[in-house]
Design a protein around this ligand. Structure first.
Ligand code: AKG
Length: 285
């Protein structure tokens, strides 16, 4: 029986993630695969070495390509967010993340940046990833794994000494005995089909299996703030500063796809931005 939008929203709030199927049409998946291959080809060996655990992670403004603004403003993606009750989202960032054939797992991490602000310790909708896998995924080729509910509840992995995406020893996948690579209590696999989108809370603990297949396993991530206009001003300020701080990219994307304009967060007040906070404090139980 199909899962209703209300059930998906309940799952997103409770478990921290939900899935919308067939959001991207096959032609769009093909276009994004071509864009990803082109983007990946721009990177040098050192990038892949530094990010061995991820495969590669390339922000969409580094090598501008018209398919990215198109994905950011994709009606299927915005429609999925609207069905969840988020009809005025704002964009934050996005990446091409691709695991080469026969590459190691991604480490456990969460991507919340507001842990210095009380909002992170509430169930108010905040920052979400939209993950588009461009091949069908399974535990064999590196599907997503996550710990349901970990956006609201403390887990032993929160206290592991490791930040996300900083290209260190864990990022280089030097020591596969590190806790960041182990099977975690309560983890679940999230296999999907190319064209589906996984929507998840930035605070959710997640990772990905090793890619044991002969093919690249690419995921495109785009991050949105679900209810930007309703967030405290100190949060609006940090979000807008982060996005418009990459002003060249913003101007280019708006020109390339005018639908992106409505998605750029803008803050015109004078409240100081909350400082970045990458990890949960005692307030997460
Ligand atoms: O590579 C994946 O499957 C997940 C990517 C990820 O964890 C992230 O973008 O934060």
């Amino acid at each position: 029986m199909p899962v209703t939008a209300v059930e998906k929203r309940n799952q997103l709030m409770r478990d921290g993630f939900c899935i919308f199927e067939n959001v991207l049409e096959p032609e769009m998946v093909a276009k994004l695969n071509a864009m990803s291959e082109w983007t990946i080809a721009q990177e040098d060996e050192e990038h892949f070495e530094r990010h061995r655990s991820q495969g590669c992670i390339i922000p969409y403004w580094k090598y501008p390509h018209p398919a990215f603004p198109e994905l950011i403003a994709h009606p299927g993606a915005l429609g999925a967010l609207a069905q969840l009750g988020f009809d005025n989202p704002k964009v934050w960032s996005g990446f091409v993340i691709s695991k080469p054939p026969h590459s190691p797992p991604l480490y456990w991490h969460q991507d919340g940046v507001l842990w210095e602000h009380p909002i992170s310790y509430t169930d108010q909708p905040q920052q979400y990833f939209l993950m588009y896998y461009l091949v069908d995924t399974s535990p064999q080729n590196g599907c997503l794994r996550l710990i349901p509910g970990s956006h609201l509840k403390r887990h032993a992995l929160h206290d592991m000494d490791r930040r996300a995406h900083d290209g260190d020893e864990v990022g280089r996948a030097k020591d596969m005995n590190h806790p960041a690579f182990q099977k975690a209590e309560d983890e679940v696999d999230v296999p999907v089909r190319a064209g589906d989108v996984v929507i998840g809370d930035a605070r959710l603990l997640h990772s990905a299996h090793a890619n044991q297949s002969d093919q690249w396993r690419t995921v495109l991530t785009i991050w949105y703030w679900a209810i930007y206009d309703e967030l405290p001003e100190a949060v609006q300020a940090i979000v807008a500063e982060h996005v418009t701080g990459t002003a060249d990219w913003v101007a280019w994307a708006e020109r390339t796809d005018p639908a992106v304009q409505a998605l750029i967060p803008r803050y015109l007040g004078d409240v100081e931005a909350v400082p970045w906070g990458r990890g949960p404090k005692e307030g997460l139980f």
